[in-house]
Write a protein of this length. Sequence first.
Length: 685
Amino acid sequence: MKNKNKLGLTLLAAHMIALPVMAKDTHPNNTWQYEDVFNIEYAASPQVHPDGYKVVYERRAMDIMSDSTRINLWEVDLKTNTHQPLLSGKNQFRGAKYSPDGKRLAYLANAEGDNQLYVRWLDSGQTARVTNVHQSVGNISWSPDGKWIAFTMFKPKSKSGLFKDMPKKPKGAQWAGNATYIDDMLYKRDGGGFIKHGYHHIYVVPAEGGTPRQLTQGDFHHRSSLTWSKDGKALYFNADRHDDWQNRPRQSDIYRINVADSQVTQITDNNGPEYRPKLNQQRDKIAYLHYEDKRLSSQNFDIYMMDPDGKNQINLTESLDRPISAHQWDKKGRGLYFSYVDHGQQYVGHVTLKGKVTEKVAELGGLSLGRPYTSGHFAVAGSGRLVVTTADTQRPADLALVDKRRKSVQLTDLNEDLLGHKKTAEVKAITVKSSVDGRDIQAWYALPPNFDGSKKYPMILEIHGGPHTAYGPNYSTEVQLMASKGYVVVWANPRGSTSYGQEFANLIHHDYPSKDYNDLIDVVDGMVAKKFVDEDNLFVTGGSGGGVLTAWIIGNTDRFKAAVVAKPVINWISFALTADAYNYYAKYWMPGMPWEATEHLWKHSPLSLVGNVKTPTMLLTGENDYRTPMSETEQYYQALQLRGIDTAMVRIPKAGHGIAARPSNLIQKVGHIVAWFEKYRDTEK
């Protein structure tokens, strides 16, 4: 990141409070090592004080003992340049929100079991536990007068099966247990397994503590962010309160609920989702995210604005053909800042109430630790100032302050102790012409530390998932580790990727995988044309949608010496009827139900090409993956075994679809990939 000014000795002294997990002199050299994963820290979720001169953020660090991410709350004072912990320790502290007067801080902590709501008085440092509930609290929101806090929470609901005549178990008998009765469309979720019966509801509680009062009722989920009305008498939220909500995966409306009597009023009724309503107190206008649902596999959210009663709805960002993921009102209520993705990079933009869009106000990044996905958080600090998570190919997110002239000053330096003395992979860009239709295909590559342009290096093609996501010139632990082992690593955004417009993303609508294969091979050709890439030592891997394309590639070419197919879809027919979000995939990704579009789905299934595969192939998937279930991996593994192809299956323990959620699993993923490639790499040249 440019202009990386430091805040001085105060910041450095505060940073040194954090104890490193391992001493640096245990490293055999000054490049990335697998154990370094446990020492990564990064900044996330900045929240700016009402005065605009302090920011609290989540300082996230890998915990080697719990094999998880530890989240503490730290504060940066923008006037005095001080950086200090607010809540630090082995517990998780997150979701911080300043009170409207700036004198208190609400946050969530797991110090006493489930995530409970706490309030800290900033002048005295005194803390009160506000809730004493049996489920985790989320989506906290202060009332305008600071007297109440609204939040959402799951409320279990009992459910019994049809069979009522089970004989009584004799005393001391050891039976198998009660059968699980399921009749809901949505019954399992990646990362959580089988879903407990019950619903998320909205509650309010006095900010000084007391008994939470449930506002919403009914068999619907209310997991929305919450925004208070100007007078503090009502809350706005989004939900699908339609009786058939389970069969409507891309529908959501905005509602108003009175705090006094819990009366619910539907504000919007459009085709498609309305998300994240945010009220501007000065203008008394609500901004929200929406798109008209056209049943495309990739659809971009726009920012809409309306009156609190739902009238005068207008699209403010119609001129911007890019995916928008977050929005915040500016301090004077004259417009909104928002995050969006363009050409593989996350940015902050601004739009006025008349729809005038200013692009690329600031760059974001640093929150995707595993692979080089677009990411980033921001917060409005007033007077055209923003606090952002930094975009840097070498390090995870720090915080930076961006002023109205778009100049930035770095506020934290969380990984200087870990990476300041190390040689990391240099990242460069490459653009090739697609052999399909001449479109520009954008890619990036990382060079091994101590790179020597006169030598030839083995190369790994790393393919993103989604498929409607985007890679970019972003930080990636996996890329850095692969490069440190002597590989050139290249990643690309073939057709189907977001950040190049909705038309480009939907070139693979109901046609995936297909010509995106050609785009990726064109990138490989572009890299091989560089003299430092060894054409005889090419390797390929990718996860999720990247796993699909990896399997598709080795079904079409023997060019790669080895492949690792991570958490793939191998058979679209079986996937459609085993994945957790099957109600979405069958309707949006497929031209018909799987029993109706069998020929089409089989034609696009990598399993249909398994008879062509000659490439040594490893399969790698999380044991608890419900998104691309283990059964997909096992189908391909068994097919390759039947064909006598050199193959292996790696099952990552306690991992869902997001394998990198645990640092040890991120290490195991990259370690197995590199070890498999090393097994087949020609080192005699």
